[in-house]
Design a protein around this ligand. Structure first.
Ligand SMILES: [Zn+2]
Ligand SMILES: [Zn+2]
Length: 360
Protein backbone atom coordinates (compact mmCIF):
# COMPACT_ATOMS: atom_id res chain seq x y z
CA UNK A 1 0.00 0.00 0.00
CA UNK A 2 1.54 3.34 -1.07
CA UNK A 3 1.91 5.72 1.84
CA UNK A 4 3.42 9.13 2.42
CA UNK A 5 5.88 8.26 5.14
CA UNK A 6 7.16 11.83 5.48
CA UNK A 7 3.71 13.18 6.32
CA UNK A 8 3.31 10.61 9.05
CA UNK A 9 6.68 10.64 10.75
CA UNK A 10 6.50 9.52 14.29
CA UNK A 11 3.06 7.94 13.89
CA UNK A 12 3.12 4.18 14.02
CA UNK A 13 1.62 2.71 10.87
CA UNK A 14 -1.34 0.62 11.95
CA UNK A 15 -1.27 -3.00 10.92
CA UNK A 16 -3.79 -3.50 8.15
CA UNK A 17 -5.09 -7.02 7.64
CA UNK A 18 -5.53 -8.58 4.20
CA UNK A 19 -9.22 -9.29 4.63
CA UNK A 20 -12.20 -7.68 6.31
CA UNK A 21 -15.86 -8.23 7.03
CA UNK A 22 -18.32 -6.32 4.85
CA UNK A 23 -22.04 -6.30 4.10
CA UNK A 24 -22.62 -6.58 0.38
CA UNK A 25 -25.55 -6.58 -1.97
CA UNK A 26 -24.46 -9.82 -3.64
CA UNK A 27 -27.00 -10.14 -6.41
CA UNK A 28 -29.78 -8.08 -8.03
CA UNK A 29 -32.43 -9.25 -5.57
CA UNK A 30 -33.61 -8.33 -2.03
CA UNK A 31 -31.22 -8.84 0.90
CA UNK A 32 -27.70 -8.16 2.07
CA UNK A 33 -24.94 -10.58 3.06
CA UNK A 34 -22.00 -10.39 5.46
CA UNK A 35 -18.90 -11.67 3.70
CA UNK A 36 -15.14 -11.71 4.15
CA UNK A 37 -13.43 -9.80 1.37
CA UNK A 38 -10.11 -8.12 0.56
CA UNK A 39 -9.26 -4.84 2.33
CA UNK A 40 -9.24 -2.24 -0.47
CA UNK A 41 -6.08 -0.34 -1.44
CA UNK A 42 -6.31 3.46 -1.69
CA UNK A 43 -5.25 5.11 -4.95
CA UNK A 44 -2.71 7.97 -5.02
CA UNK A 45 -5.28 10.60 -3.97
CA UNK A 46 -7.35 8.41 -1.66
CA UNK A 47 -7.15 7.29 1.96
CA UNK A 48 -8.05 4.07 3.72
CA UNK A 49 -10.35 4.62 6.68
CA UNK A 50 -10.86 2.10 9.47
CA UNK A 51 -14.59 2.34 10.07
CA UNK A 52 -15.46 2.84 13.75
CA UNK A 53 -19.17 3.62 13.40
CA UNK A 54 -21.62 3.62 10.54
CA UNK A 55 -25.33 4.44 10.54
CA UNK A 56 -28.17 3.03 8.47
CA UNK A 57 -29.89 5.34 6.00
CA UNK A 58 -33.10 5.10 4.01
CA UNK A 59 -30.96 4.66 0.91
CA UNK A 60 -29.53 1.45 2.39
CA UNK A 61 -33.10 0.21 2.87
CA UNK A 62 -33.83 0.94 -0.81
CA UNK A 63 -30.83 -1.20 -1.77
CA UNK A 64 -31.66 -3.92 0.73
CA UNK A 65 -35.29 -4.25 -0.38
CA UNK A 66 -34.15 -3.88 -4.00
CA UNK A 67 -36.83 -1.40 -4.99
CA UNK A 68 -37.36 0.03 -8.48
CA UNK A 69 -34.86 2.86 -7.88
CA UNK A 70 -32.11 0.41 -6.81
CA UNK A 71 -32.84 -1.89 -9.73
CA UNK A 72 -32.33 0.99 -12.13
CA UNK A 73 -29.09 2.23 -10.54
CA UNK A 74 -27.09 -0.28 -8.53
CA UNK A 75 -24.74 -2.89 -10.04
CA UNK A 76 -24.12 -5.75 -7.57
CA UNK A 77 -21.95 -7.03 -6.09
CA UNK A 78 -21.36 -3.90 -4.03
CA UNK A 79 -20.44 -3.09 -0.42
CA UNK A 80 -23.38 -1.17 1.02
CA UNK A 81 -23.46 1.80 3.42
CA UNK A 82 -22.33 5.42 3.22
CA UNK A 83 -22.64 7.16 6.61
CA UNK A 84 -19.38 6.76 8.48
CA UNK A 85 -17.01 7.80 11.19
CA UNK A 86 -13.55 6.34 11.44
CA UNK A 87 -9.82 6.82 11.50
CA UNK A 88 -7.37 7.22 8.65
CA UNK A 89 -5.02 4.22 8.57
CA UNK A 90 -3.27 4.66 5.20
CA UNK A 91 -2.89 7.51 2.74
CA UNK A 92 -2.10 7.50 -0.99
CA UNK A 93 1.22 9.02 -2.07
CA UNK A 94 -0.32 12.27 -3.43
CA UNK A 95 -2.57 12.93 -0.43
CA UNK A 96 -1.74 16.30 1.12
CA UNK A 97 -4.15 16.93 3.98
CA UNK A 98 -4.90 13.63 5.73
CA UNK A 99 -2.63 11.92 8.20
CA UNK A 100 -2.74 8.53 9.81
CA UNK A 101 -4.84 8.75 12.96
CA UNK A 102 -7.11 11.58 11.74
CA UNK A 103 -10.72 11.11 12.81
CA UNK A 104 -12.87 11.53 9.74
CA UNK A 105 -16.27 11.29 8.15
CA UNK A 106 -16.98 11.49 4.44
CA UNK A 107 -19.07 13.46 2.02
CA UNK A 108 -20.68 10.57 0.19
CA UNK A 109 -21.11 12.22 -3.21
CA UNK A 110 -17.93 11.77 -5.22
CA UNK A 111 -17.99 14.47 -7.88
CA UNK A 112 -16.00 15.00 -11.09
CA UNK A 113 -14.58 18.46 -10.39
CA UNK A 114 -14.77 19.37 -14.09
CA UNK A 115 -18.40 19.79 -15.14
CA UNK A 116 -20.30 23.08 -15.25
CA UNK A 117 -21.79 22.52 -11.79
CA UNK A 118 -18.48 21.57 -10.15
CA UNK A 119 -16.82 24.62 -11.68
CA UNK A 120 -19.52 27.02 -10.49
CA UNK A 121 -19.91 26.08 -6.82
CA UNK A 122 -22.73 23.59 -7.39
CA UNK A 123 -20.81 20.35 -6.93
CA UNK A 124 -23.71 18.82 -4.97
CA UNK A 125 -25.53 18.57 -8.31
CA UNK A 126 -22.48 17.44 -10.30
CA UNK A 127 -23.59 15.84 -13.55
CA UNK A 128 -21.22 12.92 -12.98
CA UNK A 129 -21.82 12.12 -9.29
CA UNK A 130 -21.08 8.66 -7.95
CA UNK A 131 -22.23 7.79 -4.45
CA UNK A 132 -20.47 5.76 -1.78
CA UNK A 133 -22.36 2.52 -1.14
CA UNK A 134 -24.57 3.07 -4.18
CA UNK A 135 -22.19 3.26 -7.13
CA UNK A 136 -18.82 2.60 -5.45
CA UNK A 137 -17.88 0.37 -2.46
CA UNK A 138 -19.41 1.65 0.78
CA UNK A 139 -18.70 1.61 4.50
CA UNK A 140 -20.70 -1.31 5.96
CA UNK A 141 -17.23 -2.80 6.31
CA UNK A 142 -14.19 -2.71 8.54
CA UNK A 143 -12.35 -0.49 6.04
CA UNK A 144 -13.39 1.87 3.25
CA UNK A 145 -11.48 3.89 0.67
CA UNK A 146 -12.40 7.59 0.50
CA UNK A 147 -11.06 10.21 -1.97
CA UNK A 148 -9.07 12.89 -0.13
CA UNK A 149 -11.40 15.69 -1.26
CA UNK A 150 -14.38 13.87 0.29
CA UNK A 151 -12.88 13.69 3.77
CA UNK A 152 -14.35 15.68 6.62
CA UNK A 153 -12.03 16.05 9.61
CA UNK A 154 -13.90 15.65 12.88
CA UNK A 155 -13.26 17.53 16.06
CA UNK A 156 -11.57 15.23 18.60
CA UNK A 157 -14.45 15.59 21.06
CA UNK A 158 -17.17 14.69 18.56
CA UNK A 159 -18.58 11.36 19.80
CA UNK A 160 -17.63 8.68 17.27
CA UNK A 161 -21.24 7.54 16.95
CA UNK A 162 -22.29 11.08 16.00
CA UNK A 163 -19.73 11.19 13.21
CA UNK A 164 -21.74 9.19 10.62
CA UNK A 165 -24.95 11.09 11.44
CA UNK A 166 -23.35 14.27 10.07
CA UNK A 167 -24.18 13.05 6.58
CA UNK A 168 -28.01 12.88 6.97
CA UNK A 169 -27.87 15.89 9.30
CA UNK A 170 -26.25 17.64 6.34
CA UNK A 171 -29.30 16.80 4.21
CA UNK A 172 -31.50 18.29 6.92
CA UNK A 173 -29.32 21.42 7.23
CA UNK A 174 -29.28 21.87 3.45
CA UNK A 175 -33.10 21.61 3.35
CA UNK A 176 -34.02 23.74 6.37
CA UNK A 177 -31.36 26.42 5.89
CA UNK A 178 -32.02 26.83 2.15
CA UNK A 179 -33.77 30.09 3.12
CA UNK A 180 -34.60 32.33 6.04
CA UNK A 181 -35.59 30.36 9.20
CA UNK A 182 -35.19 32.50 12.35
CA UNK A 183 -38.58 33.59 13.63
CA UNK A 184 -40.36 31.63 10.89
CA UNK A 185 -42.89 28.82 11.14
CA UNK A 186 -41.94 25.46 9.70
CA UNK A 187 -43.77 22.25 8.81
CA UNK A 188 -41.63 19.13 8.53
CA UNK A 189 -43.67 16.69 6.47
CA UNK A 190 -42.34 13.16 7.02
CA UNK A 191 -40.35 12.21 10.11
CA UNK A 192 -37.93 9.56 9.03
CA UNK A 193 -34.53 10.14 10.67
CA UNK A 194 -33.70 13.03 8.30
CA UNK A 195 -37.08 14.65 8.94
CA UNK A 196 -36.48 14.40 12.68
CA UNK A 197 -33.05 15.96 12.20
CA UNK A 198 -34.74 18.75 10.21
CA UNK A 199 -36.85 19.53 13.30
CA UNK A 200 -33.64 19.85 15.31
CA UNK A 201 -32.09 22.16 12.73
CA UNK A 202 -35.18 24.37 12.53
CA UNK A 203 -35.27 24.68 16.32
CA UNK A 204 -31.54 25.40 16.51
CA UNK A 205 -31.89 28.04 13.78
CA UNK A 206 -34.50 29.89 15.77
CA UNK A 207 -37.75 28.90 14.06
CA UNK A 208 -40.81 30.13 15.96
CA UNK A 209 -42.86 27.01 15.43
CA UNK A 210 -41.73 23.59 14.21
CA UNK A 211 -44.61 21.29 13.31
CA UNK A 212 -43.71 17.65 12.62
CA UNK A 213 -46.14 15.45 10.70
CA UNK A 214 -45.94 11.69 10.27
CA UNK A 215 -47.95 8.50 10.77
CA UNK A 216 -45.50 6.82 13.15
CA UNK A 217 -45.94 7.61 16.86
CA UNK A 218 -42.38 6.50 17.76
CA UNK A 219 -40.85 8.90 15.28
CA UNK A 220 -43.15 11.77 16.25
CA UNK A 221 -42.05 11.28 19.83
CA UNK A 222 -38.43 11.48 18.71
CA UNK A 223 -39.24 14.59 16.64
CA UNK A 224 -40.58 16.21 19.80
CA UNK A 225 -37.45 15.28 21.75
CA UNK A 226 -35.28 16.74 18.99
CA UNK A 227 -37.11 20.06 18.70
CA UNK A 228 -40.60 19.87 17.18
CA UNK A 229 -42.95 22.22 19.03
CA UNK A 230 -46.04 20.33 17.82
CA UNK A 231 -46.47 16.86 16.36
CA UNK A 232 -49.40 15.75 14.24
CA UNK A 233 -50.21 12.10 13.61
CA UNK A 234 -51.79 12.46 10.19
CA UNK A 235 -53.97 9.35 10.41
CA UNK A 236 -55.51 10.51 13.69
CA UNK A 237 -56.28 14.14 12.98
CA UNK A 238 -56.78 16.42 10.01
CA UNK A 239 -53.24 17.72 9.57
CA UNK A 240 -54.17 20.62 7.29
CA UNK A 241 -56.87 21.91 9.64
CA UNK A 242 -54.56 21.57 12.64
CA UNK A 243 -51.68 23.45 11.01
CA UNK A 244 -53.99 26.25 9.85
CA UNK A 245 -55.46 26.47 13.34
CA UNK A 246 -51.96 26.80 14.87
CA UNK A 247 -50.65 29.12 12.19
CA UNK A 248 -53.54 30.99 10.53
CA UNK A 249 -52.77 31.63 6.87
CA UNK A 250 -50.22 28.82 6.75
CA UNK A 251 -46.58 28.31 7.66
CA UNK A 252 -43.66 30.15 6.08
CA UNK A 253 -41.70 27.02 5.23
CA UNK A 254 -42.50 23.41 4.37
CA UNK A 255 -39.69 20.87 4.45
CA UNK A 256 -41.00 17.91 2.45
CA UNK A 257 -39.13 14.86 3.70
CA UNK A 258 -41.65 12.09 2.94
CA UNK A 259 -41.65 11.72 -0.84
CA UNK A 260 -45.26 10.63 -0.43
CA UNK A 261 -47.64 12.04 -3.05
CA UNK A 262 -50.55 12.57 -0.67
CA UNK A 263 -48.37 14.16 1.97
CA UNK A 264 -46.77 16.41 -0.64
CA UNK A 265 -50.14 17.63 -1.82
CA UNK A 266 -51.54 18.23 1.63
CA UNK A 267 -48.41 20.17 2.64
CA UNK A 268 -49.17 22.64 -0.16
CA UNK A 269 -52.41 23.43 1.70
CA UNK A 270 -50.39 24.20 4.87
CA UNK A 271 -48.04 26.82 3.41
CA UNK A 272 -48.81 30.52 3.21
CA UNK A 273 -48.90 32.32 -0.14
CA UNK A 274 -45.34 33.35 -0.94
CA UNK A 275 -43.84 30.64 1.26
CA UNK A 276 -40.90 28.31 0.62
CA UNK A 277 -41.49 24.65 -0.09
CA UNK A 278 -38.20 22.71 0.00
CA UNK A 279 -38.30 19.08 -1.12
CA UNK A 280 -35.74 16.49 -0.01
CA UNK A 281 -38.11 13.47 0.01
CA UNK A 282 -37.76 11.34 -3.10
CA UNK A 283 -41.02 10.04 -4.57
CA UNK A 284 -40.67 6.53 -5.96
CA UNK A 285 -42.52 7.56 -9.12
CA UNK A 286 -43.79 10.74 -10.83
CA UNK A 287 -46.41 12.56 -8.74
CA UNK A 288 -49.34 14.81 -9.66
CA UNK A 289 -49.40 18.30 -8.12
CA UNK A 290 -51.90 21.14 -8.53
CA UNK A 291 -49.32 23.49 -10.02
CA UNK A 292 -51.84 26.21 -10.92
CA UNK A 293 -53.62 26.55 -7.61
CA UNK A 294 -50.95 25.49 -5.15
CA UNK A 295 -47.80 26.93 -6.70
CA UNK A 296 -48.40 29.55 -9.40
CA UNK A 297 -51.42 31.40 -8.05
CA UNK A 298 -50.01 31.44 -4.52
CA UNK A 299 -46.48 32.38 -5.52
CA UNK A 300 -44.91 29.49 -3.62
CA UNK A 301 -41.20 28.91 -4.20
CA UNK A 302 -40.59 25.19 -4.73
CA UNK A 303 -37.03 23.98 -4.54
CA UNK A 304 -35.42 20.57 -4.93
CA UNK A 305 -32.70 19.73 -2.41
CA UNK A 306 -30.10 17.07 -3.01
CA UNK A 307 -27.08 16.10 -0.97
CA UNK A 308 -25.09 18.66 0.94
CA UNK A 309 -23.35 21.78 -0.37
CA UNK A 310 -19.66 20.98 -0.62
CA UNK A 311 -18.40 21.68 1.81
CA UNK A 312 -20.43 24.60 3.14
CA UNK A 313 -23.08 22.35 4.66
CA UNK A 314 -20.42 20.32 6.49
CA UNK A 315 -19.12 23.44 8.24
CA UNK A 316 -22.67 24.28 9.35
CA UNK A 317 -23.22 20.73 10.60
CA UNK A 318 -19.93 20.69 12.50
CA UNK A 319 -20.68 24.04 14.12
CA UNK A 320 -24.15 22.91 15.18
CA UNK A 321 -22.72 19.72 16.72
CA UNK A 322 -19.48 21.06 18.19
CA UNK A 323 -21.42 23.83 19.94
CA UNK A 324 -23.94 21.16 21.07
CA UNK A 325 -26.66 23.43 19.71
CA UNK A 326 -27.87 20.12 18.33
CA UNK A 327 -27.52 17.11 20.65
CA UNK A 328 -27.78 13.83 18.74
CA UNK A 329 -28.07 11.65 21.85
CA UNK A 330 -31.85 11.01 21.54
CA UNK A 331 -31.45 10.29 17.81
CA UNK A 332 -29.20 7.28 18.30
CA UNK A 333 -31.67 4.66 19.39
CA UNK A 334 -29.97 1.36 18.57
CA UNK A 335 -26.49 -0.14 18.45
CA UNK A 336 -25.83 -3.29 16.43
CA UNK A 337 -22.97 -5.07 14.73
CA UNK A 338 -22.55 -5.65 11.00
CA UNK A 339 -23.75 -9.25 11.27
CA UNK A 340 -27.12 -7.96 12.50
CA UNK A 341 -27.84 -6.35 9.14
CA UNK A 342 -31.17 -8.17 8.66
CA UNK A 343 -32.34 -7.09 12.11
CA UNK A 344 -31.25 -3.51 11.45
CA UNK A 345 -33.10 -3.39 8.14
CA UNK A 346 -36.27 -4.88 9.65
CA UNK A 347 -36.15 -2.23 12.35
CA UNK A 348 -35.68 0.56 9.79
CA UNK A 349 -38.60 -0.77 7.76
CA UNK A 350 -40.78 -0.87 10.91
CA UNK A 351 -40.01 2.82 11.48
CA UNK A 352 -39.56 2.26 15.22
CA UNK A 353 -36.05 3.66 15.44
CA UNK A 354 -33.99 6.79 15.04
CA UNK A 355 -30.48 6.22 13.74
CA UNK A 356 -29.13 2.69 14.10
CA UNK A 357 -25.38 2.59 14.68
CA UNK A 358 -23.67 -0.44 13.13
CA UNK A 359 -20.23 -1.16 14.50
CA UNK A 360 -17.90 -3.29 12.37
ZN1 LIG B 1 -27.55 8.75 4.15
ZN1 LIG C 1 -18.98 17.56 -11.78
Amino acid sequence: MAMTMAANEGVATPAIPETMKAVIKPRPEPGGTLITTAVPTPGPREVLVKVKATTVCGTDVHLYTWDAWSQGRVKPPLIMGHELGGEVVAVGEQVKTAKIGDRVSAETHVVCGHCYQCRTGLAHVCANTTILGVDIPGCFAEYVVVPEENLWFNSPDLPMEWAPVQEPLGNAVHTVLAGDVAGRTVVVSGCGPTGILACAVAKAAGAGHVIAIDLNAYRLDLARQMGATLTIKADEEDAIARVLKEVPGGVDIVCEMSGNERAMNSAFKMIRAGGRYSILGLPGKPVTLDVGNDIVMRGVTVQGITGRKMMDTWYQVANLLNSRRIDLTPMITHHMSLDQIDEAMALMISGNCGKIVLTP
